[in-house]
Design a protein. Structure first.
Length: 370
């Protein structure tokens, strides 16, 4: 499942440094605007202690964790919605990702240029949000024009276009106030469908990354810039993750055996990048189920609420087409009982059919016939 999270922000806030730490792909990072032009894509492993525990029981030839793609997108500047800077490329690349991670600068350093000559993470977010809203407003207004032309068509088609006018006019007012479409609440399924079909930039799930300095990463509450962006994120029900990109870059270069001591020395229990990967995974509504055999123990990515046949389909489409049943063991039972054989013996292996909703943490084996 190739789902992706775009890393966005103003120039020089630490996006590429963070991206380099997130993945083995090395994006160019330098102290000048628009260092990143074409988006870099990195495949990032999603840390999961359950997978490691399963591997200790099974002792497979290989262990394959879940992954998520992070896309490092060119920095945005004021006026991007009108093509300023690299605005057109930036906005096109955002449209292609499934979720957005906005990186904001939360450190003071006169040696690192800020494109607007100030450190204000909330203003940075508002600049980006305004540009995205303006671009979406243009999309919505075009949809209104089309709906007005088509609303004269008789029957259901015309009625749907009248509904589109109503929905889009309300949405246009919302966007014009600088509010992202994802915060506009509606229980009307038709309205939701109309909004989704426009593929708006501000409809994408979003969280914030506060790039703090080394002095405050151990306790971000002491960082006034972090406090400001945290309050802003809380006001819209979004998550914010504190990260020190400079430290994460150092961690990425260390031998894994040396990382625990280094983390302890800076007041961390795990790399912040682990939290980023899990946050993006959760934001996209993804969960993990496992397969466990001698050749491999593997984490498979599905959407929360997917049923057994759909889960089987991520392994191979034939598994979904010819689905018969799923043998399911809860991951904790699998570990505590020492594997599938004992779980079966103790009655902890369940046989589930097509309507079974897969849980986050199920260990599964599929029976199928094509």
């Amino acid at each position: 499942m190739g789902l992706s999270c775009g890393i966005v922000g103003l120039p020089n806030v630490g996006k590429s440094t963070l991206f380099n730490s997130l993945s083995s792909a090395k994006a160019e990072a330098a102290n000048y605007p628009f260092c990143t032009i074409e988006p870099n894509v990195g495949v990032v492993l999603v840390p999961d202690p359950r997978l490691d525990a399963l591997a200790k029981v099974v002792k497979p030839e290989r262990v394959l964790p879940a992954t998520i793609n992070f896309v490092d997108i060119a920095g945005l500047v004021r006026g991007a919605s009108k093509g300023e800077g690299l605005g057109n490329q930036f906005l096109a690349h955002i449209r292609e990702v499934d979720a957005v991670m906005q990186v904001v600068r939360c450190f003071d350093d006169p040696n690192v240029v800020h494109v607007e000559n100030r450190v204000d993470p909330v203003a940075d977010v508002q600049t980006i949000t305004t540009e995205l809203c303006l671009k979406d407003l243009d999309t919505v207004q075009k949809r209104i024009e089309r709906a007005r032309k088509n609303s004269k068509v008789p029957g259901k088609a015309g009625e749907l276009e009248k509904k589109a006018i109503e929905v889009c006019e309300a949405l246009a007012k919302y966007l014009d106030e600088g509010k992202p479409a994802r915060l506009m609440q509606t229980d009307d399924e038709t309205a939701q469908q109309i909004i989704q079909e426009m593929q708006l930039l501000t409809i994408k799930p979003t969280f914030y990354v506060a790039n703090v300095d080394e002095a405050t990463i151990g306790d971000p509450s002491k960082n006034k810039h972090y406090q400001a962006i945290k309050a802003y994120a809380d006001s819209e029900g979004a998550k914010v993750v504190p990260i020190c990109a400079a430290i994460e870059s150092q961690i990425a270069e260390l031998d894994p055996a040396d990382r625990p001591d280094f983390l302890a020395s800076v007041g961390l229990t795990e790399p912040g990048l682990n939290i980023l990967a899990r946050t993006a995974f959760d934001l996209l509504g993804l969960i993990t189920y496992f397969t466990a055999g001698e050749k491999e123990v593997r984490a498979w990515t599905i959407h929360r609420g997917d049923k057994a046949p759909r889960a089987a389909g991520v392994i191979h489409t034939d598994f979904e087409k010819g689905f018969i049943k799923a043998e399911v063991i809860w991951w904790e039972d699998f570990i505590q009982l020492g594997g599938e054989a004992r779980a079966r013996e103790k009655g902890k292996l369940a046989i589930e059919g097509k309507e079974y909703v897969v849980r986050d943490g199920d260990v599964m084996h599929f029976r199928f016939n094509v």
